[in-house]
Ligand binder design. Structure first.
Ligand code: SF4
Length: 236
């Protein structure tokens, strides 16, 4: 694990982008940059960007291989994203991405049947579906795109494996949340089956294309001992 100024280098590349629940916000340059940006906006130090510009900047950090922490210090809204036509994925890879996006959209927008009492267990599962349903399409795209560049060196392949791992973990979380909805009676066993089958197929497909993905060590996130050592050293 490499650190710079107390931040873990590249921690934001393979996380799940759920900053509100992240244990490493204090070690993440992206989080720090966004927090500083929000603060400056709230205090009138810079004009508010259009929402779409802001999320484009976040995408640039998250999806374009931005693992250098210098980029992460720039507020996302200020990053210049030049017009760029990305190379196309192979048809089978594109078909996988499309399928992932379609399922993700369905899960992110899924609502319990009318009359369901939405208690805490169900609303937690809905939050998980909402977050990871949106997340998986972009992450699988980054993995497949990186794999298509693997001839260019180990860096592209490693980044693709890290993105594939983030995708697989997100599939796991989606499956767990869907099963929670079954447990709470919001989804019947019969109705749950096609989604679980689709998730299992996608998991197998990503694991087949990225056999090293599960073993990929995500900076900080998969290194609890190194993070604990860092905390301990900083406490003196
Ligand atoms: S690593 Fe950074 S960008 Fe990722 S969830 Fe944590 S705080 Fe957010």
């Amino acid at each position: 694990m490499e650190t710079q100024d107390g931040y873990i280098v590249g921690v934001f590349n393979y996380c799940d982008r759920w900053c509100e629940r992240c244990p490493l916000t204090a070690r993440c340059r992206v989080f720090a940059a966004i927090a500083r940006f929000d603060f400056e906006q709230d205090h009138g130090a810079m004009p508010a960007p259009e929402p779409e510009h802001r999320s484009l900047g976040a995408m640039a950090l998250g999806q374009c291989g931005g693992d250098d922490d210098e980029h992460a210090t720039a507020p996302p809204a200020l990053l210049q994203v030049p017009h760029w036509d990305p190379p196309k994925l192979a048809p089978d890879a594109q078909a996988l991405e499309d399928r992932v996006k379609a399922l993700g959209f369905r899960l992110a927008t899924w609502q319990p049947p009318e009359g369901t009492t939405v208690h805490e267990g169900i609303s937690e599962a809905l939050e998980v579906l909402g977050h990871y349903g949106i997340f998986i399409g972009a992450k699988v795209h980054r993995a497949l795109f990186g794999l298509s560049l693997s001839d260019e060196g180990d860096g592209a392949l490693s980044d693709a494996s890290g993105s594939a791992k983030a995708s697989l973990l997100a599939f796991d979380r989606l499956g767990d949340a869907w099963l929670k909805l079954v447990e709470h009676g919001a989804v019947s066993v019969a109705a749950a089956e096609p989604t679980l089958t689709e998730l299992a197929w996608m998991t197998g497909e990503v694991e087949r294309r990225f056999p090293q993905a599960r073993a990929f060590v995500r900076p900080g996130l998969d290194e609890p001992v190194a993070v604990a050592m860092l905390e301990w050293q900083e406490r003196g």
